[in-house]
Design a protein around this ligand. Structure first.
Ligand SMILES: [Mg+2]
Length: 157
């Protein structure tokens, strides 16, 4: 049973490009499809946790809109973060899933029970994960992964 889903931001919830507006603020694009998937996961009782190595106020805002209360930014070591997060809740990596697209995500992706990557993730990531989405990051990749996770859960029950 998957109880926690760790999601990367850049390249997973977004297409990985970073644009700045005329005021120098970061503009990121999120997929509405991913949004529905996330809401579905949360309603099923999965704790959706967004973990990013960078920091952007846009991410906070979008995640709040999606009902994600757990947003951790500026996290340099995602594996240690996840270890602590799960331990505090008396959970293990056996009940965790994660989606990431780049090298900093690798250690965490290798530890969780079910791992996923978007189609345009780096090859090093794609070879270790359990699931690669047909959609690229920011374009429904998270939705596909969540659909896959929920189907796996159903099959287990
Ligand atoms: Mg990334």
């Amino acid at each position: 049973m998957i109880k926690v889903l760790f999601l990367d931001v850049d390249g997973v919830l977004t297409d990985g490009t970073i644009t700045y507006d005329v005021y120098g603020r970061e503009v990121k694009q999120f997929s509405v499809k991913d949004g529905y998937g996330i809401v579905r996961a949360i309603n099923t009782g999965i704790d959706v946790v967004v973990v990013s190595g960078r920091f952007s106020s846009q991410v906070e805002k979008r995640c709040r809109e999606l009902g994600i209360k757990k947003v951790y930014q500026g996290v340099s070591d995602k594996l240690s973060f996840a270890e602590r997060y799960l331990k505090e809740r008396s959970l293990s990596f056996e009940s965790a899933a994660a989606m990431g697209d780049d090298l900093p995500d690798l250690p965490l992706l290798k530890r969780v029970r079910i791992s996923g990557a978007p189609k345009d993730a780096v090859p090093e990531v794609k070879v270790v994960v359990n699931f690669v989405s047909r959609a690229p990051g920011g374009k429904g990749a998270v939705r596909e992964f969540i659909d896959y996770l929920l189907k796996e859960q159903e099959n287990e029950e």
